[in-house]
Design a protein around this ligand. Structure first.
Ligand code: BMA
Length: 867
């Protein structure tokens, strides 16, 4: 279908006495009529743009689903070949225009573009947008557009040879890719995870992965506008706006800037050919500030910029932005032994609650707006206010940041570098510079962007400021090569990238690496829990118990986490029944951490018991992950204001796999996501035991103190009350407060600790929160056999309400509808006798149908199997 969009409803007009032809810019999406084939070989097959070679092969029935069983292994030939795409299009609107441009929002990765046989672009960076002047070449009809992709593997190998120094990239699964030990990922400006990761397959894609279009314009066009907050409070805001025009024909132009429908700037200027930037400031009275989720509303304003010539609007840009100030605050501690690390929004320090974000598919164009929307809304619904877009993936689509803007989710934005050292030759640096400029400009209007961060884990691996080569990635390099690579590191992360952020934003924050104790602080020279941000992998990679989270509370936890398997409904999509053993070939192909299964089982044996049935192991792994990561979240929040952020690794998946995610690749919430939603509420009660003492904390992110009653009730597993006490509580605003401390023996007063639970419930003006505390590990509890009962009623259009009740304590109840667990409003919680609970299910099915399809898992059921 032809898609011709006219900017403004106007046709070409000849206005007044100026005699100037003013025509609106016209955009033609080039999404149709594409076909593809291996370069110069065989017949053309239909293709979809945006897309990738892998998707087109799949759609044409030439390969099998790469995510099914071990199919990935037999698809490694695709990245060794060259491919070509072509389409033919008409462009009558281009006739007589000053400028016609071919615009690519993303080419993955090594592409040569030919229009009517002429090479108009050669690209080598999937993260950049390209705009090519084709005025001379385009015709009114029958244009042939051809894009040739050369093998990213061959290109990577050529770059490695030219550079002459091998680079380390542990996550590059080169063996699987048929390259033996040779790592090429760091030489390409292409998503690192495409080469494999410890949660992802190796599928090295090529393709026109983002939209392509033709823009025809006369006179000038709006290249960009940047609207920013200089200062603001509830009474007024001082704003700035920079509008950049691309002028093809010198002349007089008018630019109007509308903010929330009101004109806030008008420029009437005589402009010369080339780029022109016009700047202005304006005031807003009583602005509705943009607040992160939980701190207020994420208010957005509509910005409209129009460009006119001779009274005709020839180009228009609209978007939404927010009014807010944001600072990364780092202050030296009074004792000189540390430095704070926290985010201040609109003058208020906010605790960052959230997770790390990876790309949502290996075949990126498959990530629909629905999938993105579901994930970002799931972050919001779990009371998160920050996502970290991790450096081994991609700079996300505009849609993602728009969703974050409207959900109040701040974005810690890594530049796309992760876990490898990097070349520092001029062509590479030129790509990095262009990519950084392009993405900073593309994303800087989003109020959600909180911080630009140079890279993921390269500083900690490379240790540029440490005198010796050990320990670290430098190991094995002769000194002169190590010096070259250190120079490359410093050049990119301490010069080039901060310079781009400084030049192209009004004061956006830059942090050179995550994790880092701070600018040029050698690793090992300070206690990292006192400085900067921390990736705490002592739990999991070093197998320390979950209690370690409580002992090592950092200033900002930007990564920590634990794996689980996806639920059975997800496992069923990539396995056959005979694969359903966790050590089967197929299950291990969907478990990319070499220590994955053994680590899960080791921790499971410590705190729970390892069930024998496959489905029970999947379930138990989720219960374990939820409990472990929740402990981390609560430890970080109790550590407020010393600690000001807790981002677990990781919220999403890129394919069906065992991983650290809290939502699987089909959008199903794991037990962790439900647990995170409870642990990230604005006000929580958090019990913490040390020795024979149980401390009770109230952690609050609210602006005013919390006053209320904290009821502590000891119950046995049949629901009988064994004791209770009530505390009047006053907890500080925006901090963590110890509200009570009790000897465990006093709380238990003779009751067997394996047969009771302490219900801690805080009620008050802004709060109604309940949490349960057990006095022993779950494996030691004498869990009774529970009998969970369901009742279902309609919850209005498209929803059912499921009421759960039980006769005895039901631990970690995971309700499933037609075998699916991660689709309820809440799930995987402990259910107490006499305390029914309601959860919601989005479904068009009738309540009676839903009732018939409900089942549930509980810990006691998995234990019973072993009896
Ligand atoms: C972190 C991440 C990823 C990795 C994860 C789990 O450090 O940055 O590299 O997937 O650990 O190992």
């Amino acid at each position: 279908m032809e898609n011709l969009r006219k900017i403004g409803a106007l046709v070409a007009l000849c206005i007044g006495c100026s005699g100037v032809q003013a025509q609106p810019l016209q955009t033609r999406e080039l999404a149709d009529g594409w076909s593809f084939r291996q370069l110069n070989i065989g017949a053309w097959s239909p293709a979809v743009v945006p897309g990738t070679v892998h998707e087109d092969l799949l759609r044409n029935g030439r390969i099998e689903d790469p995510y099914f069983r071990v199919n990935e292994r037999s698809l490694q030939w695709i990245d060794k070949l060259d491919w070509e795409y072509r389409t033919v299009f008409d462009a009558p609107e281009s006739v007589g225009r000053d400028r016609v441009e071919l615009c690519f929002d993303g080419l993955d990765t090594y592409a040569a573009v030919y229009l009517n046989g002429e090479c108009v672009l050669e690209s080598a960076n999937m993260f950049r947008r390209y705009r090519v002047d084709v005025t001379r070449i385009v015709r009114p009809a029958g244009n042939e557009l051809r894009v040739v992709f050369s093998s990213p593997v061959r290109e990577g190998l050529e770059r490695l040879t030219a550079y002459g120094i091998a680079l380390k990239a542990n996550n590059d699964q080169s063996e699987l890719g048929g390259l033996g030990p040779v790592k090429i990922a760091p030489f390409n400006r292409k998503a690192g995870y495409h080469f494999g990761w410890d949660w992802g397959p190796r599928l090295v894609t090529s393709g026109i992965w983002r939209p392509v279009r033709l823009e025809s314009w006369g006179g000038a066009r709006l290249a960009d506008d940047y609207v920013y907050t200089l200062s603001c409070d509830e009474r007024s805001a001082r704003m700035g706006v920079d509008v950049t025009l691309e002028v093809a024909a010198a002349g007089t132009y008018r630019v109007d800037v509308l903010f929330d429908g009101e004109r806030v700037a008008r420029f009437d200027r005589m402009l010369g050919e080339g780029r022109n930037t016009l700047s202005s400031e304006f005031e807003l009275r009583n602005p509705r500030l943009w607040w992160p989720n939980g701190a207020g509303d994420p208010n957005l304003y509509r910005v409209e910029v129009s460009l006119s010539r001779a009274d005709t609007v020839i180009d228009r840009r609209t978007h939404r932005t927010g009014v807010r100030t944001l600072r990364l605050v780092q202050r030296d501690d009074a004792d000189g032994r540390g430095r704070s690390f926290g985010f201040e929004v609109n003058g208020r320090m906010l605790f960052m609650k959230g997770a790390n974000w990876i790309p949502s598919d290996n075949l990126l164009p498959r990530v629909t707006s629905e999938r993105l929307g579901h994930l970002v809304r799931s972050a919001r619904d779990a009371h998160m206010n920050m996502l970290r877009v991790w450096g081994g993936g991609t700079y996300e689509d505009d849609r993602f940041y728009a969703l974050c803007d409207s959900c109040g989710i701040l974005v810690w934005q890594d530049f796309m570098f992760a876990c490898s050292n990097l070349p520092g030759d001029e062509p590479f640096l030129a790509e990095v510079r262009a990519e950084a400029e392009d993405n900073v400009v593309r994303l800087r209007n989003h109020p959600s962007i909180a911080l630009w961060c140079g890279n993921n884990e390269i500083e900690i691996l490379w240790r540029p400021w440490n005198a010796t080569n050990k320990p670290g990635m430098k190991d094995g390099y002769p000194q002169e090569q190590a010096d070259v690579l250190t120079r490359a590191y410093v050049g990119i992360f301490h010069e080039l990238l901060p310079d781009v952020v400084r030049r192209l934003t009004r004061g956006a924050g830059y942090w050179h690496s995550s994790p880092s104790p701070g600018e040029r602080i050698p690793w090992g020279s300070v206690d990292v829990t006192r400085y900067g941000d921390v990736h705490n992998w002592n739990v999991w990679h070093k197998r320390l118990p979950f209690e370690h989270y409580e002992e090592a509370v950092p200033r900002f936890a930007s990564e920590y986490g634990f794996q689980s398997f996806p639920e059975m409904a997800t496992v069923a999509t990539y396995t056959l029944p005979e694969d359903r053993e966790i050590e089967s070939e197929v299950m291990t192909a969907h478990q990319r951490s070499k220590i994955g299964n053994s680590t899960i089982l080791e921790y499971m044996a410590r705190d729970y018991r390892v069930p024998t049935r496959f489905g029970d192991i999947l379930y138990m792994s989720q219960v374990l992950q939820a409990d472990g990561v929740r402990r981390g979240i609560e430890a970080h929040r109790r550590g407020m204001p010393w600690c000001m952020g807790s981002l677990y690794w990781q919220i999403n998946d890129c394919w069906p796999v065992a991983s650290w995610s809290s939502i699987d690749c089909y959008g199903r919430w794991k037990a962790l996501h439900y647990a995170a939603a409870r642990a990230f509420e604005n006000v929580i009660v958090s019990p913490f035991r040390h020795g024979d003492t149980l401390d009770l904390y109230v952690v609050s992110d609210l602006v005013r103190p919390v006053t209320g009653r904290l009821e502590l009730t000891l119950l046995d597993f049949d629901g009988r009350e064994l004791g209770s006490r009530t505390l009047r509580v006053k907890a500080g605003a925006n901090t963590s407060t110890l509200v009570g401390s009790f000897p465990v023996s006093e709380l238990l007063s003779g009751v067997d600790r394996t047969q009771c639970v302490l219900v801690c419930r805080l009620t008050g003006r802004d709060v109604d929160y309940e949490t349960l505390y057990y006095f022993d590990k779950v494996k030691n509890l004498r869990l009774p056999s529970s009998d969970v009962h369901f009742a279902v009623r309609s919850g209005g259009e498209g929803r059912c309400v499921v009421e759960l009740s039980t006769d005895r304590l039901a631990k970690s109840v995971a309700v499933a509808y037609n075998g699916e667990t991660g689709i309820f409003s809440d799930n995987c919680f402990d259910l107490l006798p006499g305390r029914p609970r309601e959860i919601e299910l989005r479904t068009a099915d009738a309540p009676e149908t839903v009732l018939r399809g409900l089942t549930c898992m509980t810990i006691d059921k998995t234990y019973e199997m072993e009896k």
